[in-house]
Design a binder for this molecule. Structure first.
Ligand code: HEC
Length: 132
């Protein structure tokens, strides 16, 4: 009578262990399958989001503006720190590029000398076209 009551428990423990291990394997496999499926979609999504046509100054300018200027000049070009609405009527493309590179005490804008010339030009064209 002594050893007997142990048997069902041992059996249950063994069955439980096997069940646990196999379930976790099934879980891992399912997760990998799901990731593989989602992965393809996710990669496609990222590509469509990040592809900027660098031959299009408007697209390049918009992207560079959003990356470097939007914090001070805002999504609708009206601030919080410098109102750029109608900038195309006040300043030429060259002036805007100079302001981007050199900033200026009289403007209160920090110079960004490291800004690539082509990006500065694209932003200037973008602002003249869009900020009005
Ligand atoms: C740290 C904040 C800040 C950042 C970042 C910034 N600016 Fe400015 N900017 C200012 C301030 C402040 C002024 C002065 C606004 C004024 O005098 O009304 C200004 C002025 C300007 C002017 C002149 C406006 C005018 O009416 O003549 C232009 C053009 C300009 N910024 C373009 C840009 C561009 C393009 C970028 C991104 C490459 C940029 N700024 C990034 C703060 C900033």
């Amino acid at each position: 009578m002594k050893g007997k009551p142990l048997f069902p428990f041992a059996a249950i423990a063994v069955v439980g262990l096997i069940l646990m291990i196999s379930l976790s394997f099934i879980g891992v496999t399912q997760k990998e399958e799901r990731l593989a499926l989602e992965g393809e979609d996710a990669v496609e999504e990222q590509q469509t989001q990040e592809t900027v046509d660098t031959s299009d100054p408007m697209a390049l300018g918009e992207q560079a503006y959003q990356a470097s200027c939007i914090g001070c000049h805002g999504g609708s070009f009206d601030g919080p720190m410098g109102n750029l609405i109608g900038i195309g009527d006040r300043r030429s493309k060259e002036e805007i590029m100079t302001i981007i590179h050199e900033g200026g005490e009289d403007y209160g804008i920090p110079g960004m000398p490291a800004f690539p010339e082509s990006d500065a030009e694209a932003i200037a064209e973008y602002l003249i076209e869009v900020a009005n």
